[in-house]
Design a protein. Structure first.
Lengths: 290, 188
């Protein structure tokens, strides 16, 4: 069994604790062995690449170097932001000259090879996908979610290599394998404005409102995501959106790892499904999960 | 046919050359189809669409380009780059314009965005990892929006989403050195 270096990233230690907990549990259920990378630090996220190209590569490169030093062949970064930054770093550092420049900023150079996975990629392909179909124990047909990719799992496609950049299906496959009733969604790769959530909340609210309105309009009763920034906008800001726009959204937003956990028969509390600001429990009760 | 036979040489275009050298994007490749702006989720709030920024760069309109809010409120969704028929990395240009504006000390047309990035990077330089409660608190102080997002504060705490105290993480010392070395390189 491959050992993976687990890079939770900062959000999964704070506002996205649910994602961390459900990632660990679903990986146990799916036979993915995670070991937390020792001494990891922030990838720099939007603010890194928004202000300094050098910093945007050097901060992830330090973590990739740690993975190599600790003997891992692959890193799992479930946070879509961290995942994208790592993949950008691997992609851009194929240029030897640039790699030398970036290594000059580190205490020790990042040499050697390491793969980076999002977890969505691992779960959406066989053998894990087949395993999920086989091992699921609970009927989730009453859940009618849209699968939401946002930006950071798909763009730019040369770097992130999704199955399709305008109409990806990785998360769709996971949702279907879990036995939920997937609602087809043309807006699956539209941006929620995550990078502007604090600095220009007005824009983030508008972009998020468009997503909620369309998903609800299509009859979805949940939304599945793999990104803590998307989750934060869509889940924690529903009340603000309802106040500002006079809407009445109550759309539970679940991490795909929580959905996998539910399919595997795990409970609300252990999956931290009671930690979201938009309560998931009325919906879960409707489908017989208490 | 080389691109120089189609367009003016970069030597006559200092702004286009700056973008080419610093950002590694040739803005002359844009033929103004407008697909970037059509797909941009934030275009409605911009005072110039991404294709207009590309045109401004082609026409050497330095002050006009840098005084737009476009590159500050760009959400980095990378839809523009993905759909560009000329393979111009427009999102990378937006990153590059921000970096150049910061280096040149240009006043941002969307000041809260600059404040946010500063606070974010200061915090990871000091602790090694992002401290989310500190991010919101410090942002509110520095942007003089003391009560922004306070309605989210209590539910965040009761739902166990916010760590009450920051801490310094192992590896912070190297992170701080990375920041210092990058800043020194930028001064060259």
């Amino acid at each position: 069994m491959t050992r993976y270096a687990y890079y939770p990233g900062c959000s999964l230690e704070g506002t996205a604790k649910e994602y961390d907990v459900s990632t660990r549990l679903s990986c146990q259920d799916m036979g993915v062995e995670l070991e937390e990378l020792e001494g990891w630090t922030c990838c720099g996220a939007s603010s890194g690449h928004n202000t300094s190209y050098d910093l945007a590569l050097a901060l992830p490169a330090r973590n990739l170097r740690l993975a190599v030093e600790q003997g891992y062949e692959a890193v799992v970064a479930p946070c879509a932001m961290c995942y994208a930054r790592f993949r950008h770093t691997l992609h851009d550092l194929r240029d030897e000259q640039l790699r030398a420049r970036i290594n000059g900023f580190l205490d020790k150079p990042f040499v050697g090879e390491v793969q980076v996975h999002s977890l969505v990629d691992l779960f959406s392909e066989d053998p894990k996908l087949a395993l999920l179909r086989e091992r699921k124990t609970r009927d989730l047909a009453g859940l009618r979610p849209v699968a939401y990719y946002g930006c950071l799992l798909v763009r730019p496609p040369e770097v992130l290599e999704p199955d399709d950049v305008e109409y990806p299906t990785m998360l769709d496959k996971i949702v279907q394998a879990c036995g939920a009733t997937l609602v087809d969604w043309p807006m699956k790769t539209e941006c929620c404005g995550g990078s502007l959530a604090i600095s220009r909340t007005d824009i983030a609210l508008e972009l998020t409102r468009r997503l909620l309105a369309d998903a609800v309009g299509r009859g979805a009763n949940a939304l599945i995501t793999a990104c803590p920034m998307c989750h934060s906008n869509l889940d924690t800001r529903q009340a603000q959106i309802n106040r500002q726009y006079g809407t009445a959204f109550h759309l539970p937003i679940l991490y795909f790892t929580q959905l996998v956990g539910l399919a595997m028969g795990r409970g609300i509390k252990e999956l931290y499904l009671d930690r979201h600001l938009t309560d998931t429990r009325p919906l879960l009760a409707q489908v017989g999960i208490e | 046919m080389t691109s120089d036979t189609l367009h003016l040489a970069l030597g006559e275009r200092p702004l286009a050359r700056l973008i080419q050298e610093q950002v590694r994007v040739d803005v002359r490749a844009c033929y103004q189809c407008g697909r970037c702006t059509a797909g941009c989720p934030v275009a409605y709030a911009m005072d110039a669409g991404p294709h207009q920024i590309m045109r401004g760069l082609q026409l050497e309109q330095h002050d006009w380009v840098f005084s737009r809010n476009t590159y500050w409120i760009c959400a980095s969704c990378i839809t523009c780059t993905t759909r560009c028929p000329c393979e111009v990395d427009i999102a990378r240009v937006m990153d590059g314009l921000r970096e150049l504006a910061l280096a040149e000390g240009i006043r941002p047309a969307a000041p809260t965005v600059k404040t946010f990035h500063r606070v974010f990077l200061d915090l990871i330089r000091l602790t090694g990892r992002m401290y989310e409660a500190g991010l919101i608190g410090l942002f509110n102080v520095r942007s003089r929006k003391l009560f922004a997002n306070l309605d989210l504060g209590l539910p965040m705490v009761t739902h166990g989403k916010i760590d009450p105290w920051p801490r310094r993480y192992r590896g912070q010392d190297e992170v701080e050195r990375i920041f210092r070395r990058v800043a020194q390189e930028g001064k060259k």
